[in-house]
Design a protein around this ligand. Structure first.
Ligand code: AMP
Ligand code: ZN
Length: 454
């Protein structure tokens, strides 16, 4: 039984065993730039949930959208993020979109994030969005203006604000609640489902209200309802999407189906890098390729992220990434030295940690305890690690070359360990340099001394 934190209920909720398959929708990337490691933290959240469900034998249907049109920039200029980037790069907007979409898939693969069942593109779902908008107009939840723009009537949905707490009566005019120009909407909190093209000539489509393009929020409503048969068991996204994106989506989807369309809203907290919000202007946006350029395994990023629970804000640092890289190497080395057993052995502590709101730090603590437990046979340790890895996705069983240590190296390592334990820092530094000369990098972390081939 898996329990997750539902942002709407503000409590842990168990996933019903009756729903089969479990229908999952995760808001995907806006493909006008590379996904940064913060985006990837949110995509990893979906992967962990899928893995936790599958290991319990549950069937999963998992959809993630690709936003290649309609995501407006936040500067109130009503500029489409993709068109803006296309102008900057002097390239066709669809070429930009396909390029970054391909890179998004490459990054997912590097982090062992299992692919979704489908990745519908906004630009290829226009008809479905138009049908959805027509239904919302017919049921009185949306209206068309003289300028040929269609707005959702926020006041037609009384429980607006339930996810984020931003109720309509508290949203003042002029509050930054929507990434768009004010246009000719009737009420300040209404948002555009379809925008008239105006001067825009690229990425525009015909509609019953003239040429235009869809808003961002309607995309997720149209796709999730259609592809998941109007039953979304889990809706996943980063915490910033709670408002307005998910609030607007909930209003649209519930107005379409007449009940709560989403059973559980799960949000991942943000990732900071070296203590600061990642932003282009601050110049601290970290990408997977930056890690690779430093010689780090991208799965060291995955391990670093797993050291924190998805619901807490996390500060990623280079030091943390380096430490995770060493831990990965140590675990893979251990795994190779523990034999060649291929069977997994279910470990209750690991599975319980996952089932209780993805407590990945606890699962990793358990692995560290197993690693050190001298009462466990090597094959047992290996089988437990293999089991945990089917959830963690760290390729702990990846074949690595194990060169045996020479007896001198083994002895030096042992003496250095003792020197450190007796706090003889000078001697331990001297021994580390000696070992470095023989091709061994020694490092010290919370788990004690570890080593790898340089
Ligand atoms: P975008 O491509 O900007 O639409 O964002 C894709 C996903 O990444 C969304 O679910 C965002 O909430 C999430 N996201 C954006 N920035 C961060 C961050 N710093 N940490 C974690 N998730 C983020
Ligand atoms: Zn979405």
């Amino acid at each position: 039984m898996i329990a997750l934190y539902d942002t709407l209920a503000r409590s842990l909720k168990e996933l019903s065993v009756k729903d089969n398959p479990i229908n999952i929708y995760c808001c995907g990337p806006t493909v006008y730039r590379d996904a940064h490691v913060g985006n990837l933290r949110t995509f990893l959240l979906a992967d962990l949930i899928v893995r936790a469900l599958k290991i319990e034998g549950r069937q999963v249907r998992f959809i993630q959208n690709i936003t290649d049109v309609g995501h407006m920039s936040e500067d109130f200029q009503a500029e489409d993020k993709l068109l803006k980037q296309a102008q900057l790069e002097k390239r066709d907007p669809f070429e930009i979109a396909r390029n970054y979409e391909a890179k998004f898939h490459q990054d997912l693969a590097k982090l062992n994030i299992l692919p979704a069942d489908s990745y519908p593109r906004a630009s290829e779902t226009i008809d479905l969005m138009l049908q959805t908008i027509l239904k919302l107009i017919a049921s009185g939840h949306a209206y068309v203006t003289e300028l040929g723009t269609v707005y959702f009537d926020a006041r037609s949905f009384p429980s607006y604000g339930a996810i984020s707490g931003n109720k309509l009566d508290a949203l003042k005019p002029g509050h930054r609640f929507e990434y768009s120009d004010e246009g000719d909407k009737r009420f300040h909190a209404d948002w555009a489902l379809w925008k008239n093209a105006g001067n825009r000539t690229e990425m525009v489509w015909d509609s019953p209200w003239g040429r235009g393009f869809p808003g961002w929020h309607i995309e997720c409503t149209a796709m999730s309802l259609e592809l998941l048969d109007e039953r979304i068991d889990l809706h996943i996204g980063g915490i910033d999407l709670r408002f307005p994106h998910h609030e607007n989506e909930r209003a649209q989807s519930n107005s379409m189906v007449g009940h709560e369309a989403v059973k559980m809203w799960v949000h991942g907290e943000h990732l900071l890098f070296e203590g600061r919000k990642m932003s282009k202007s601050a110049g601290n946006v970290l990408l997977v390729k930056d890690l690779e350029e430093r010689g780090l395994d991208p799965l060291a990023l995955r391990l670093s992220l797993l050291e924190n629970r998805y619901r807490s804000q996390m500060d990623l640092t280079w030091a943390g990434l380096e430490a995770a890289n060493l831990t990965l190497k140590r675990w893979r080395t251990n795994m190779a030295s523990w034999g060649d057993e291929l069977n997994q052995l279910q470990d209750l502590e690991v599975s319980k940690a996952f089932a209780r709101d993805l407590d990945t730090p606890r699962a990793l603590l358990r692995l560290r305890a197993v690693e050190k437990d001298s009462s466990l046979r090597s094959e047992v340790k290996r089988s437990i690690f293999l089991y945990a890895d089917s959830l963690l996705g760290l390729e702990l069983g990846r074949a690595i070359e194990i060169r045996p240590l020479t007896s001198d190296q083994a002895e030096l390592l042992q003496i250095r360990k003792q020197a450190r334990e007796s706090k003889n820092w000078k001697e331990s530094d001297r021994l580390r340099d000696l070992l470095a000369n023989t091709g061994i990098t020694v490092s010290d972390g919370p788990d004690g001394q570890s080593w790898s081939w340089s």
